[in-house]
Design a protein around this ligand. Sequence first.
Ligand SMILES: [Fe+2]
Length: 338
Amino acid sequence: MNTNQKQGINTGDIVEAGLNRAQEYTLEDQEISFSDDQHAIWEDLFAGIQQPYLLEHLCQSYIDGIALLQLDPQRIPSVAYLNERIQPRTGWRIQRTAVRYTLADDWYKKFAQRIFLITDYLRSRREMEFTPEPDMFHDIVGHLPYLTQAFYARIEDRFAPAYFKGTAAEREVIKRLAWYTTEFGIVVEDGRFKIFGAGTISGRSELSNTIMEFYRLGRDNVIDYRADIFAQLQEQYLAHRTDLERIIAGVNQLHQHGQMSSQEHGWNVVQGLYHELGIDRKDYLGGEVILAPFDLEMIAQLPKTVYAFNPIFFVCESLEKMDAALDGYLSPIARRNV
Ligand SMILES: [Fe+2]
């Protein structure tokens, strides 16, 4: 619990919890049963993203992975079923956990063994649009299709070795790098922006806001989709960098004061922030989210903890470039002798 939570200020931070041996699932005890209501929630969430006009905005590795997983649209899958489809392809395994949001230390210890934890919690009917905590729909439908893909497994393999060699400050950067790539990353494929991040894919509001921004950038003549979109994005970003830094500093402050703790609150206070800073919400800055080219320095300044509102998402020119950017930061730390 941080100081703000002690003072009763809700910053929207998720409380990370350690794995508790007494409560955890054993290896023999991985399968649990779900109620009909839970299967029905799963069915509705799953149908919600299996729409051609959404799928066309997701990156190819996701499309390939979800086809390989062959999830039943009406039933929450068992751990055994998931492992049958994932383990032979990449060597990664799935384990169930009772923890809703696992501490990074525990999380990366499992990563080092190529184990991906999925929580046993599923959002309720009231949280269909937005759930601040990642639930099993996020874990399974957002992340697991990728774990059938060798390329993605390689990206995930980079994190744990660096995490355990990193300083406390580097660990924070590593968590943010994971956040803005595997959770909320965007890549360019076939001259279009495509969603890569599991958090965006499994979050209804995040998904539609991000896709709307792709369209808006074209409609408002910020990006011409007939030309090189990444070069144009870079140009826009450099031209607005000072304003972006002011917005991010403002968002950080609002966050610390507990004013970003709900999604609705998040959007509204950020609009107020633009007004206060005298920044017009138009052209490049006219959307609900800001797209920026991948920038490690900027990512290191951003709070990872703002679940309710991510002000900015980062775009890599390709998955290979994302891998190279992560490797450039993570490998030198992983190779350190400590
Ligand atoms: Fe996630």
